[in-house]
Write a protein that binds this ligand. Sequence first.
Ligand code: NAP
Ligand code: ZN
Ligand code: ZN
Length: 350
Amino acid sequence: MQTKAYAAKGPTTPLGPHTIERREPGPKDVAIEILYCGVCHSDLHTARSEWPGTKYPCVPGHEIVGRVTAVGGQVDRFKAGDLVGVGCMVDSCRTCASCEEGLEQYCDGPVGFTGTYNGPLGAPENTHGGYSAAITVDEHFVLKITHAEKDLAAAAPLLCAGITTWSPLRHWGAGPGKKVGIVGIGGLGHMGVKLAHALGAHTVAFTTSPAKVADAKALGADEVVVSKDAEQMAKHAGSFDLIVNTVAAPHDLDAFTALLKRDGTMTLVGAPSTPHPSPAVFNLVFKRRAIAGSLIGGIPETQEMLDFCAKHGITSDVEMIAMQDIEKAYERMLKSDVKYRFVIDMESLK
Ligand code: NAP
Ligand code: ZN
Ligand code: ZN
């Protein structure tokens, strides 16, 4: 199927109209009309080759929501008309230990998981993401959306920003009695604050933007710290069980590891294109603190997060844009000027 899309043709070429080929649904496939797609900072990193390995033309987008238009003969979980989502993955080996545990993002197969965009196994070229009118995906990687239809656009960012913060919050046991920090109040961070709060943790937001303090409280933070203010930071020394760091740029990690309790963990989910300055060893060894990392989340935990959010009335705070405004959105994202996730209305692509 010839499908309208928006693509980057090179690292310095602005995204523009492009036509891609989507496969007709095979026996296990679900064909989806894309209604909305969130804009993740990873889209920008990839489109502009800030990370190695971008294949062009590149159609980003991995916070996809839409409506099923057709299903293959062996699909039993979905039918035409259903509201569904697709996140960061569209395939994996399905047989390795990680896949069998439902942690497809850590697939140990020969090529790992297949990214929704820039993945290796797409036909006829690399996989293409959600900045497009339609997508065909194996049912294993399709998520059920149980939010009300009016909340569909605001549910789109759950497919990456939501699961990327949910997975480490759950893995490291965020909940009642735990003090949890979220660093960077952007797309990921604002979801991290909402989810940590909903899980019952004492939630502290760290921002470099004093103008976001009131917003962060409204999102569910019990306390907000302007991370550039050493005095405010010092008040929290040695007190956190867990810090989830979503910052998309290299920065001083020691300022945050110093805030962990004995045995506390800071997990990095932000993925800057150049490394953070090397962390101070003494900050870690004296209190057995850990710096960890976490990648998106598996399909079962993504469904768990979507269902949790639907039940608790949680969505993303979104600003709707037309497809044609994507470059303007990227520039604002680089200035930390997003409240708190851009979502593309695919109607604008028609
Ligand atoms: P975003 O919306 O741009 O948010 C990042 C936030 O970090 C900004 O809003 C800002 O918050 C803060 N920030 C930006 N520059 C900073 C700097 N120089 N120093 C300190 N803080 C700074 O981006 P996003 O979509 O949430 O993505 C964040 C990062 O996570 C990206 O690198 C993305 O590629 C990565 N990511 C990783 C995964 C994964 O699986 N691990 C999944 C998705 C995305 P304040 O204004 O509050 O300071
Ligand atoms: Zn993402
Ligand atoms: Zn696997």
